[in-house]
Design a protein around this ligand. Structure first.
Ligand SMILES: CC(C)(COP(=O)(O)OP(=O)(O)OC[C@H]1O[C@@H](n2cnc3c(N)ncnc32)[C@H](O)[C@@H]1O)[C@@H](O)C(=O)NCCC(=O)NCCS
Ligand SMILES: Nc1ncnc2c1ncn2[C@@H]1O[C@H](COP(=O)(O)OP(=O)(O)OP(=O)(O)O)[C@@H](O)[C@H]1O
Length: 204
């Protein structure tokens, strides 16, 4: 049976970058953020409930979500965030389970990118090991600004709603510190790839 490795870390730490390094080595990768995005895309399954519980002011005239407004609404107030999570997390959980079932059990290991593994321990039940990506806060902010153009105060607002690095360390089986260049990161991934390949198969 496939061993599932949960890949987690704070905003901008480099989770998706690391996940794509594993994917380029032929490893199956599942992404919780992608499932969340499908659920909230135009005509997404979660939209009716979001409108009902969070309000129609978060929607555009064409019926799609106003993501900028939703992001500000969610990260300005933890009760708002919880309201959205109560709608989305059970659906994300189901999506992850289904995605796992579609991977051949012959695959020795696979990666599930779940940003909130430390914050939401129930997601830890989906994996057998946890890999945490770490990077200095200022570097994460710089990278997210470059990638998305979000301003520093928005990024910091998101960070305050996420677990701190200490809480992530507690749950980590493996850690990558992503504070160097691409070749260094690729080397770190390759080392872990060899290590995961040598693990005994999961009995779960
Ligand atoms: C609030 C939303 C609409 C903002 O969407 P947007 O496309 O602007 O941003 P994106 O999804 O890329 O998220 C931006 C950053 O916030 C982080 N983040 C997303 N949701 C959460 C959350 N509930 N708590 C803490 N951080 C979060 C992401 O990991 C990422 O680092 C979106 O993030 C969302 O739907 N969040 C709730 C779903 C969720 O909990 N996703 C995490 C999957 S485990
Ligand atoms: N070692 C690195 N050197 C230079 N740039 C990097 C490095 N690692 C990641 N990046 C860049 O930093 C940005 C953030 O990385 P990535 O999207 O992988 O982070 P993330 O943890 O998935 O973010 P989020 O939590 O927002 O989903 C991306 O633009 C990525 O290309």
């Amino acid at each position: 049976m496939t061993i599932w490795v949960g890949l987690s870390g704070g905003i901008g730490s480099g989770k998706t970058t690391v996940a794509s390094c594993f994917a380029s080595l032929g490893i199956p990768v599942i992404n919780a953020d992608e499932i969340a995005h499908q659920l909230t895309a135009p005509h997404g399954l979660a939209l009716p409930e979001i409108k009902k519980q969070c309000g129609s002011q978060l929607f555009l005239a064409d019926g799609s979500l106003n993501r900028n407004q939703l992001r500000n609404w969610v990260f300005a107030d933890s009760t708002h965030r919880q309201r959205l999570e109560n709608i989305l997390h059970p659906l994300i959980w189901q999506g992850l389970q289904q995605a796992k079932q579609q991977i051949s059990p012959d695959k020795q290991y696979g990666i599930i990118e779940i940003p909130l593994l430390a914050e939401k321990p129930e997601f830890q039940k989906l994996v057998q090991r946890i890999l945490i990506i770490e990077a200095p806060v200022n570097l994460c902010i710089q990278r997210v600004q470059l990638r998305s153009g979000l301003d520093e105060s928005t990024i910091r607002a998101i960070m305050t709603q996420q677990a701190d690095s200490k809480s992530r360390k507690v749950i980590a089986d493996d850690t990558i510190t992503n504070d160097g260049n691409w070749p260094q990161l690729e080397q770190e991934v390759l080392k872990l790839h060899h290590f995961y390949q040598a693990l005994p198969p999961s009995t779960l």
